[in-house]
Design a protein around this ligand. Structure first.
Ligand SMILES: CC(C)(COP(=O)(O)OP(=O)(O)OC[C@H]1O[C@@H](n2cnc3c(N)ncnc32)[C@H](O)[C@@H]1OP(=O)(O)O)[C@@H](O)C(=O)NCCC(=O)NCCS
Length: 181
């Protein structure tokens, strides 16, 4: 299994991964979000990785730029959204490998913080912790009972605690329909 940056010519294969993983109800909306982010200048710099096995596309992860408002000090931040692994390839560690490889590459490129809105039983396995308690607000309020789903991870030590604010995503992701859990 190989993990590498995706190419612009692979958007159709990437859409298919999300439709398979998220299913027929939610999949098309997520695929549309991904393609929208690929074409959204405010999402840059973005990092898009695919997992491939024997030439087949089996997983995809996307990280896009976010700002932290107020921009009190220079900080480079991204958000992980979305992540998908084909149903028949799930529970084999592919999702975790995509996350770890993505975080490594982001760290190398100078990203300080990575956010995610996702399953609180899954993302802490790769180093994410609740973000609200550290003073990071999501673009739209997260209901108290789901507070644990809004998470952050620092890639440079000392950023958490020093930086606080409201996360503003790329235009395409900063829409309310992507923030109801
Ligand atoms: C979530 C997803 C990306 C995980 O990828 P994966 O390759 O199957 O995950 P891994 O193999 O790295 O990890 C599997 C473990 O995570 C657990 N896990 C998977 N999804 C989980 C969830 N939603 N909540 C809690 N734990 C979860 C599995 O039960 C498994 O646990 P185990 O190691 O104790 O057996 C994949 O299941 C998927 O594509 N799901 C549909 C799309 C989706 O929900 N994406 C995430 C949006 S935030």
């Amino acid at each position: 299994m190989e993990i590498r940056k995706s190419h612009d010519s692979e958007h159709l294969e990437i859409e298919k991964i999300h439709i398979n993983a998220f299913g027929p109800d939610k999949g098309p909306e997520i695929a549309e979000l991904v393609i929208g982010l690929f074409h959204d200048p405010t999402a840059n710099p973005l990092l898009s990785l695919v997992a491939q096995e024997n030439g087949n596309f089996i997983g995809h992860i996307l990280f896009t730029k976010v700002k932290i408002i107020p921009e009190a000090e220079p900080v480079s931040a991204s958000i992980l959204a979305p992540l998908a692994v084909l149903k028949e390839y799930q529970d084999k560690g592919i999702g975790a490998r995509l996350i770890k490889e993505g975080l490594n590459l982001l760290k190398q490129s100078g990203v300080d913080l990575v956010f995610v809105l996702g399953h609180p039983g899954y993302y802490p396995r790769t180093g994410f912790t609740p973000a609200g308690v550290h003073g990071f607000e999501a673009p739209y309020p997260i209901p108290e009972e789901h507070a644990g789903a809004w998470m952050v991870q620092e890639l440079s030590s000392g950023v958490i605690g020093r930086v606080k604010g409201t996360v503003a995503c790329a235009d395409v992701l900063n829409q309310p329909q992507h923030w109801r859990e």
